[in-house]
Design a protein. Structure first.
Ligand SMILES: *[C@@H]1O[C@H](CO)[C@@H](O)[C@H](O)[C@H]1NC(C)=O
Length: 123
């Protein structure tokens, strides 16, 4: 199928973010999609937030649950892929990327909103 798998969702999301965040309406929508505690003023913090989730998870892709960087399940990269692939193929790519990143930021399920601007990630 032509559906966007992980790899391609993560590859595609950056340009889509930039396009959507090119105006205030888009930034407001993106702030909602990313459950940002405060409306963002540019896409840059959102891109950094996503990048930190994907790069750090790739670094701590252990076969056992770990809380070395954040609380994560075993094989977190595989879990992120499962999240992305569980969406209908035609679902919004940005929404898929957000859901995958949420594994990193909210695996424990206790986050009310994300401090995307200013950095939620102490690492
Ligand atoms: C974090 O996860 C919980 C449980 O799935 C969910 O109810 C909550 O909305 C999530 N928080 C954010 C900011 O997405």
């Amino acid at each position: 199928s032509e559906s966007l798998n992980c790899f391609s969702v993560i590859k595609a999301v950056w340009d889509l973010l930039e396009d959507k965040g090119s105006n205030d309406t888009g930034l407001l929508e993106l702030s909602k999609t990313f459950r940002a505690c405060k409306t963002v003023h540019s896409v840059y913090p959102l891109a950094l937030w996503l990048r930190a989730a994907f790069t750090t998870t790739a670094m701590v892709d252990y076969p056992t649950p770990a809380n070395f960087m954040m609380n994560l399940p075993a094989y977190p990269v595989k879990e992120m892929c499962k999240i992305i692939d569980s969406f209908p193929a035609e679902a919004d790519v940005i929404g898929k990327a957000f859901a995958a990143a949420s594994l990193y930021y909210n695996y424990t399920g206790d986050q009310k909103c994300f401090e995307v601007e200013g950095g939620d990630d102490p690492h």
